[in-house]
Design a protein around this ligand. Structure first.
Ligand SMILES: N[C@@H](CCC(=O)N[C@@H](CS)C(=O)NCC(=O)O)C(=O)O
Length: 218
């Protein structure tokens, strides 16, 4: 970090980067993106390994420290920038928000991480990723019956929405039919209307090639 500047090491299609981008946007924290092209393997460089010991994105350079792991980054933001909270004050709702976020961060995303999928033949990657997402979404759909309102936990935006929105965007890339998950789809549609969430989406990132943006068939 230089002169109080917040730097996010990010890749447009990275689900975990999306979570942190949304949290930063939602809390109104300005940041400068530093693009790490996962497709070109830039995460594996020695230089990036000095920044992020896991060689994963995201990494957030803030307040003189480089933070890795989206969950710890977002909790740090929550503790140091409590305005526009992402954790409800009610302990049960707080637990519900953390549960949904963990189901996605620990139970779904690791199964479709690019380095994991790279271990399988090309034609197996999309179905494997889709299956992991569908299995996790079935569990989340059941959970939402007790927790959700307009959003994942009641009618206020929480950590769970940050994780669900990013995961839904990724699921569409793997041809998961969100219509099969009524509550997830409803929450997703509500979140789509929120600017800070939209701004975090992969197709709105400066490092997203024009030809990959929705509606562009070139
Ligand atoms: N648990 C980590 C996951 C980070 C992660 O898996 N990042 C992926 C992109 S979404 C990555 O950098 N993959 C590069 C690779 O697998 O080589 C978090 O939540 O931050």
């Amino acid at each position: 970090m230089a002169n109080g500047k917040v730097v996010l090491y990010t890749y447009f299609r990275s689900t975990a980067s999306t979570w942190v981008r949304i949290a930063l946007n939602y809390k109104g924290i300005e940041y400068t993106p530093e693009f790490i092209n996962l497709q070109k393997g830039e995460q594996n460089s020695e230089k990036y390994g000095e920044i992020s010991s896991t060689h994963y994105v995201p990494c957030l350079d803030i307040d003189g420290v480089k933070l890795i792991e989206s969950m710890s980054i977002i909790h740090y933001l929550e503790e140091t920038r409590p305005e526009r909270p992402l954790l409800p004050s009610d302990p049960i709702q707080r637990a519900q928000a953390r549960t949904i976020a963990s189901m996605i961060a620990s139970g779904i995303q690791p199964l479709h991480n690019s380095s994991v999928l790279a271990g399988f033949p090309e034609e197996e990657r999309t179905p494997r990723a889709a299956n992991a997402i569908i299995k996790g979404f079935k569990a989340i759909e059941k959970f939402l019956k007790n927790s959700s309102g307009k959003y994942c936990v009641g009618d206020h935006i929480t950590l769970a929405d940050v994780y669900l929105f990013g995961s839904c965007l990724t699921s569409l890339r793997y041809n998961v039919n969100l219509n099969e998950f009524g509550l997830i789809y409803k929450v997703f549609q509500n979140l789509e209307k929120i600017e800070s969430f939209q701004q975090g989406a992969w197709y709105n990132q400066p490092d997203c090639p024009e030809n990959l943006k929705p509606g562009n068939t070139n």
